[in-house]
Design a protein around this ligand. Sequence first.
Ligand code: C2E
Ligand code: MG
Ligand code: MG
Length: 611
Amino acid sequence: MNYERLEADKKDILLIDDMAVNLRVLSAILAREGYNVRKALNWQMALTACQTVLPDLILLDIMMPEVDGYEVCQRLKASQLTADIPVIFISALDDVFDKVKAFSVGGVDYITKPFESEEVLVRVQNQLALRTAQLEILKLNAELEQRVQQRTSELEKALHKLQGEVTYRKHLQSKLLDIALHDSLTGLPNRILFIRRLEKALNSAKQEPNYHFAVLFLDCDRFKVINDSLGHLVGDELLRAIARRLQACLKPVDTLARLGGDEFAILLENLTDISIAIKLAESILQQLSLSFQLSRYEVFMNASIGISWGNKDYDRPEYLLRDADTAMYRAKAQGRARYYVFDPVMYQEAIQILELENDLRRAIERQEFLVYYQPIISLSTGRISGFEALVRWQHPIRGLVSPIEFIPVAEETGLINAINTWVLRSACQQLSIWQHYPVTPEPLTISVNLSARLFLQPDLLVQIDQIIEETKVNPAYLELEITESVIMENSNAVRIILQQLKQRKMKLVMDDFGTGYSSLSYLHSFPLNALKIDKSFVKRMQENQENMGLVPAMIGIADSMGMVVIAEGVETKEQLLQLRSLNCNFAQGYFFARPLEQQSVIKLLAASPQW
Ligand code: C2E
Ligand code: MG
Ligand code: MG
């Protein structure tokens, strides 16, 4: 169907009237005014005309046979196609009733016959102008609608983008939070997150009397050795493997955290009994004792575990962790690869150690240390060949404190460096004084114990050189005693230092031999001059009369490696005889003399004893 106008700029008017004469008259008036006029004699023709081209206006006669004007109008209004076309009724009937009916069926105006042509034209113009305006409004409305739709979809797009941005930022934020609360190496919670969870557990314990929890503090034994000898990459690989193995021992609700270095912590919640925590510690120790198959090495690793039992009396979560840490240290002190359950007495002891530490700092300033000397006897001559310098602390209140008590604390705090170099200097000064006495046997050696900590000091050699220079002692008479821990903990660096000491002609003694873990073949790779057999072996020698325990084997091996043997802790004549029969080179012990003050040493030298 063609909806376009016949002539685009001309308005199209359809006349419907059964009287041809009427059609002609009206048509002439309108055509003169430039309208495009079409004519229909009945409903059928009108419908066809509308279907061909939609008129802009219809002039409709009322009185028509078959379908009258009202009916035509009603039909036009009923069809969607023609409903909007304005209809002006034209009729000879001049009756109010008909006018009302004409409007009620949808007409917009009414012209009475006979009509003035001006009136017809004015009314036609009015309706056409109205219609144009209506169409304009409709068009504007449609445009407006379209713009609103466009704007809405733009807004929707912007909103969508904004929502995407919000989601991205939320994701970023949670990622940052994740980084802040986790250890990057193992992906485990870190100390901050662990303390948070611990705090929650503590709060639960404060609210519910039946809520129990425990903290396990785990520290790897000898991890540093592996890290130093095999490198950090292997160390990292091992830490990840340890983390995985620990995780496998736990339930999903338990929290495993890496606190830093080789330290891990575990939070166990909803426990009924501490025995559950102990069982877990046992199974962890068992699992960790199995070898770790890393990409290039097979590594063995043990750990020590401290356990603290959570209860509502703790003020802060950190205290629980501290107590588990203290218990862990106790496990280490008892020989490692074991667990220890915290007991409040330990806290008291920890406090005492703290006090000792403070006192020790003051002791250095106030010079409260003394050196005692214990003679070392040559078993071939039976005479004194040297002395071992043993430090003592003259505590203002406690009296003489044993090095067994304060040396570990001094080592832990780093105070050992100052104490040990002071002992070395005093001992060398003492030796140079004794060397001027006529009673002093030639040569007389002095032995000084060096702590493992000292070997971490970069200027150790410089300090020793300086002391030798100051005191003018012959370095060949100076014996330095080290323990196995020295070479186990930082072997490569230590090997170099020991070689340089040897170049300076100083003697190197492996002290407390047999109590550490080092193998003899490993020891052999260090430039040692002598082995000092630990007193525990000398003691057992007597209990085991026939084969004298391990001492003969130790002497034999030292001999084969070209090392001199010193036996310590000789307390009886029998022990002396046994050692002599085994061709042990030197001995020291209460049987000969206890560690002595320097004045007593002079008397002893003057007496020139022989055993
Ligand atoms: P050590 O180097 O093995 O010293 C021998 C220890 O055995 C000394 O204990 C000595 O008094 C004791 N002793 C000697 N003869 C006998 C005996 O017949 N029977 C028994 N039961 N014990 C005997 P002390 O003086 O208490 O020293 C203990 C440890 O403290 C030393 O063991 C040494 O490791 C350390 N130490 C002492 N002085 C120093 C020092 O100046 N620096 C460092 N780093 N450590 C020191
Ligand atoms: Mg010693
Ligand atoms: Mg010893």
